[in-house]
Design a protein around this ligand. Sequence first.
Ligand code: ZN
Length: 75
Amino acid sequence: MTHSPSLSPETLPLETGGDTTKTSKSQPILVDSDVSGVKCNGGNPALGHPEVYYSFDNDFAVTCGYCGQVFMKKN
Ligand SMILES: [Zn+2]
């Protein structure tokens, strides 16, 4: 007489780290180091904000005053 297991272990694929496909506004956008400025409209013409231009001047990063998006120069 054989007892077949009534409960089979669930094999749920657990994704543990490594995959950073989630979109986050805190994720800085990297731009080439030779650009003098960036334009931002919130990333979406419908849900964003009026397009504004930010100059890097002597900084290596700027933050959009509308949506908080950070633009960072590449090294
Ligand atoms: Zn913005």
